[in-house]
Write a protein that binds this ligand. Structure first.
Ligand code: GTP
Ligand code: MG
Length: 211
């Protein structure tokens, strides 16, 4: 069974920034106005192609984390194995923008941990997402320029989205997939493992590895 190259994507960011709505939009569901905060963790699957000429398929598993402070420890546990992260804030909320530093620190801690265990560990790719770009100008608290500056400071990309209007939502997920694509090995897709080389594939087959 081949459903494409497996990619694990995470949405992170403060509560209420629109992580769940972005994932729902991406999976073709309608936007909902009412706010139902995510408790614990959930995921959605979607198979995509990056462009028409590409014969490769990517099976995205998108994990929707809980932004609330009380779930921080659980959320961080899901960083494990993530290839890409969409770090989301709300362009109408200074507070959620300030938290970007905090989230980047959390990612930094995670990277330190995984590279200590394994020198070949690949740190996740990250892009900054300014959601709710549909709000009127007078409600905006974070300009595009400031957000871009923040992203530049961290050396990551910036994209503005609206889950409400369905603006740039597909693009955000495509962009992160394009970023992680070169870091995905044959081992990831065929065996669900890390940096598997062909010699190892042969030997694990002989051992009857069911991974
Ligand atoms: P937690 O699960 O608590 O971490 O929050 P979340 O980031 O998943 O937020 P969620 O997607 O549940 O959205 C929170 C609120 O923002 C809801 O009331 C949504 O309707 C609203 N919302 C989400 N995206 C947009 C958007 O693009 N524009 C506008 N105007 N509102 C949005
Ligand atoms: Mg949510």
């Amino acid at each position: 069974e081949n459903n494409g190259i497996r990619v694990k994507i995470l949405t992170i960011g403060d509560s209420g920034v629109g992580k769940t709505c972005l994932i729902m939009r991406f999976s073709g569901e309608e936007f909902v106005q009412s706010f139902i905060t995510t408790v614990g963790i959930d995921y959605k699957r979607k198979i995509i192609q990056l462009d028409d000429s590409d014969t490769k398929y990517y099976q995205l598993t998108i994990w929707d984390t809980a932004g609330q402070e009380r779930f921080r420890t659980i959320t961080q546990a899901y960083f494990r194995g993530a290839h890409g992260m969409l770090l989301v804030f709300d362009v109408g909320s200074e507070k959620t923008f300030k938290s970007v530093e905090h989230w980047m620190d959390q990612i930094g801690d995670h990277v330190k941990k995984i590279t200590k265990d394994n020198e070949y560990a690949v740190p996740p790719k990250v892009i900054l997402v300014g959601n709710k770009a549909d709000i009127p100008d007078n409600q905006r608290q974070v300009t595009k320029e400031r957000a871009q500056e923040m992203a530049d400071k961290w050396g990551i990309g910036y994209i503005e989205t609206s889950a409400k209007d369905n603006t740039n939502v597909q693009e955000a997920f495509m962009t992160i997939t394009k970023l992680v694509a070169p870091t995905l090995s044959l081992g990831d897709s065929e065996l669900g493992g890390g940096r598997t080389n062909l010699a190892e594939v042969g030997s694990s087959e002989k051992k009857g590895c069911a991974c």
